[in-house]
Design a protein. Sequence first.
Length: 194
Amino acid sequence: MTALPHRQLMSVEEYFQLEQGSTDARYEYIDGYAHMLAGGSADHSTIKQNVLLALKLALRGTPCRVYDADMKARLSEERYVLPDASVSCNPHDRGKVTTIQSPCLIVEVLSPGTEAYDRGRKFHYYQDCRTIEEYVLIDTYRQAVEVFRREKNHFWTYALFTDGDQVELRSIGIKIPVADVYEDVVFVEDDERH
């Protein structure tokens, strides 16, 4: 994620205009600044599609809806993000809306360029959003799905799911096999990545 070059502070309204006028770039809005999102690898895209499909199938017939990175999630008045996948069970987050107001689950598929941000500052932004109950990070280099859960008194717990496990998402009451998350993903040895 990179800030727009030579850009000063912008209002939320200016951010929405930028988003509507851009056909080839996507932007998140954090504390007055628009940040352009980078593209991902084929494995990143495959994992994201697998997660969206698994969530959609598991939530069929429930009041919850699954959204991809085309749907902005409002974290606060000054923070709008485009997570790889999000879930809202709030009826106000349906229909013709362009931004979900009450995400309960956020999923980010990690990439080398965004991993530190997704684990650091962005995680803090998600923690500040009171509606988010779980934050999921998915590795693209090995079968590892990390789930951070909001507990009482602003305390977050951590769970790691690997090959053979089922990812438990308590916020929406479902389990997804790790194998489904990584279907059609080809892993390479560490030596081959360099």
